[in-house]
Design a protein around this ligand. Structure first.
Ligand SMILES: [Mg+2]
Length: 270
């Protein structure tokens, strides 16, 4: 594993290749994972660094599984371009835009809730209705490995759940519409839409691997310099470290890296 802070020279070359974009996941990347999703906070230092970077860069953007209305409160930095629900929602001209192809899945999620609720809610599983997606929260339950298996089994037996993809992140299980929209496709759209010559993407989980792969693939052209940066902790699945260019050890180091970006990128450089 290549440690980011031992390779700052290489990273500096990419960062100063304007126009440079900073794109990141939120939970586990710029915010520590907490026992519940509601308890997650973005540290004041991280917010400060992001606020300093917004006027210096053409793009500072978050791509998260959370809904944009939640992201805006959690990150709370003006000028950050938010992509919510794994890219199914985007923040355009001051309002949330849901992609039209997502609409048919809203009723199907309601049907899945009806089927799965009676099976899983008595076991303490909390359902988060995301419109076109459904998240099962079970992390705080004492018998969580067992509950995790019960969730996966209930999904496999639910007719209404069948059209959906099952996303198994390290903290939750999620049903998502089977659409070609993902963190990776959103990242590609952003890089092309903002005409970036370089970018970094920071993520911490299997849901970020598609985005890491896009970074590496676009960089092969030689016309774009992208770096995949992985935030690695005790619970990180090994696939994550294998998909990135450099690793950071925890959210604190992400804060330090953002501080380094503030020092490295002069105001008015992009
Ligand atoms: Mg994450």
């Amino acid at each position: 594993m290549n440690y980011l802070f031992e390779n700052l020279d290489k990273i500096k070359d990419v960062v100063l290749e304007a126009p440079f974009g900073l794109i990141f996941d939120v939970d586990g990347t710029i915010a520590e994972i907490a026992p519940t999703a509601e308890a997650v906070k973005v540290a004041p230092a991280v917010k400060e660094h992001l606020a300093s970077l917004v006027p210096r860069l053409p793009l500072v953007s978050a791509i998260s599984g959370r809904l944009i209305k939640v992201l805006r409160e959690l990150v709370g930095v003006d000028g950050v371009v938010y992509n919510g629900n794994h890219g199914l929602e985007k923040w355009v001209s001051g309002r949330v835009e849901v992609r039209p192809e997502v609409q048919p899945y809203v009723a199907k999620i309601q049907a899945a809730i009806k089927e799965l609720g009676p099976v899983l809610q008595p076991r303490g599983v909390r359902f988060e209705d995301k419109g076109a997606g459904l998240v099962f929260h079970y992390r705080t339950l004492p018998d969580r490995e067992e509950v995790r298996e019960a969730i996966l089994q209930a999904i496999s037996r639910s007719p209404a759940a069948q059209p959906f993809n099952i996303d198994k992140a390290r903290t939750v299980i999620e049903l998502r519409p089977p659409l070609e929209i993902s963190k990776g496709s959103v990242l590609r759209e952003l890089i092309e839409g903002y005409n970036l010559k370089s970018a970094v993407y920071l993520g911490d989980d299997v849901a970020d691997i598609g985005a890491f792969n896009v970074m590496r693939e676009l960089s092969k052209s030689g016309e774009f310099a992208g770096l995949a940066l992985g935030v690695i902790g005790e619970e990180t699945p090994p696939d994550v470290a294998e998909s990135v260019d450099f690793v950071l050890r925890g959210v604190n180091e992400v804060a330090a890296f953002l501080g380094w970006l503030v020092e490295t990128i002069p105001p008015g450089s992009n």
